[in-house]
Design a protein around this ligand. Structure first.
Ligand code: 7TS
Length: 403
């Protein structure tokens, strides 16, 4: 992996913040975009822009072909059986809301949905609200103090009432890589379908939906170097075919009269209105960039950064790292003594370092640890060991100033 070239591909990294070179360690919130992605979006608007699926004219055909090719590329990237299983959405949040919406008729009073104690609010609130509406019950698979899930307990929770298991592939707070293949196997043994929240998983793990055996997989483009406002809900064809539509309007129909409407086939049934074509092309370009760079090399590099940063941080007095799972990816949450994460984050920003502070949209997880929030550094392919050194020195300095 040519790190120097990679950094050149992400021009935003080359800037000063508060008089210091930017060290961008907020990649779990969003990643930066390489020139290949920016150029693809720009090319689309410069040369190809047109509404898709509607026109006989040249540009409409060019745009439609590009959009559908992007769908095909993404299907291959996550090894979906067919491209009809790729529904374009705004991102993980919309993907999960879509699913919660269309599964609603299937969830009856007394049914149960299982999530885990480490979920992002996006994979919690939609299920909680659905349960409330349908008088179903939300059950929570507990997290151990080290940040892992107890699979023996999961077996016990999978009662006949359970209709869905919705779980993070990788935690955005703890970095835990959940044993999702095993989780899917356990759930399927009891006949329970599984949604994986892949917001972090898509960028830091290999995603092969057929190998995982998963029923639904949700992710956001912007976490994997693609633009904001584009994401995917993967759903197995046998599921999506049976489920009702989500939003209604243009594109998703077959025949409309004032008396009755019949719906379009997959995937269009789930894509009402004009889609984010540029976003889909940007996502294709981003995945292509990742593939070209080398997925294994990227993951090895991120792992090296994570281990190096963990080792160095652990040497700081009063350091408490939150999340010690054996399988951990690219995310490092911590607290120092009684210092408030916000104060630490603010001082780090003054030194040019972008980290995230707060509850990271996982308030129940913070309650479990009895903490107000954490400081979180999260890594991407373009981060360097030198940046980790700068970051750790800055943490030491900030702690010194605050104590
Ligand atoms: N699920 C997980 C595990 C996430 O990390 C996020 C975003 C989402 C769902 C929602 O994704 P969205 O693209 O629809 O917003 N996580 C974060 C974060 O950790 N800091 O900012 C956003």
């Amino acid at each position: 992996m040519d790190l120097q070239q990679i950094r050149k591909d992400f021009p935003i990294l080359n800037q000063q913040v508060n008089g210091k070179p930017l060290v961008y360690l907020d990649n779990a919130a969003t990643t930066q975009k390489p020139l290949a992605v920016i150029q693809r979006i720009s090319d689309y608007y410069l040369k190809e822009n047109s509404n898709v699926h509607r026109g006989v004219h040249h540009l409409s055909q060019v745009a439609t072909e590009a959009y559908e090719n992007a769908r095909g590329y993404i299907a291959k990237y996550i090894h979906a059986e067919e491209s009809n299983e790729i529904i374009f959405t705004r991102g993980t949040t919309e993907s999960i809301n879509l699913l919660a919406n269309v599964l609603s008729p299937w969830i009856q009073a007394g049914d149960e949905i299982i999530i885990s104690g480490m979920e992002h609010h996006s994979n919690l609130v939609p299920w909680q609200q659905l349960c409330e509406r349908n008088k179903a019950r939300l059950k929570v698979l507990p997290v151990d103090l080290d940040g892992t899930l107890d699979l023996n307990f999961l077996e016990k929770m999978l009662t006949p009432q359970v209709k869905l298991l919705a779980i993070a592939h990788i935690s955005n707070v703890l970095g835990t890589v959940n044993p999702v293949k095993e989780i899917v196997r356990i759930a399927h043994n009891k006949g329970v379908p599984v949604l994986l929240d892949g917001a972090q998983g898509i960028a830091h793990a290999k995603v092969d939906v057929q190998d995982l055996g998963v029923d639904f997989y949700a992710f956001s483009g912007h976490k994997i170097y693609a633009p904001m406002g584009i994401g995917v809900l993967y759903g197995r064809f046998t599921w999506l075919r049976r489920l009702p539509p989500y939003q209604f309007g243009g594109e998703m129909i077959d025949q409309v009269s004032f008396e009755k409407t019949t719906f379009n086939e997959l995937p269009y049934k789930y894509e009402a209105g004009t889609p984010n074509v540029a976003g889909a092309l940007g996502l294709e370009a981003a995945l292509h960039y990742v593939q070209k760079t080398g997925v294994d090399d990227i993951f090895n590099h991120e792992d090296k950064l994570l281990k190096y940063a963990t080792e160095k941080l652990e040497n700081i007095d009063g350091m408490r790292i939150i999340g010690h799972a054996k399988e951990k990816a690219a995310v490092l949450s911590f607290l120092v003594n009684g210092l408030h994460p916000f104060d630490l984050g603010t001082l780090l920003d003054q030194m040019g370092i972008a980290v995230r502070t707060g509850h990271h949209c996982a308030q129940p997880l913070m309650d479990f640890y009895g903490i107000p929030g954490t400081v979180r550094a999260s890594f991407a392919m373009y981060n360097t060991l030198e940046e980790v050194d700068i970051f750790v020195d800055a943490v030491k300095k900030a702690v010194g100033m605050l104590q």
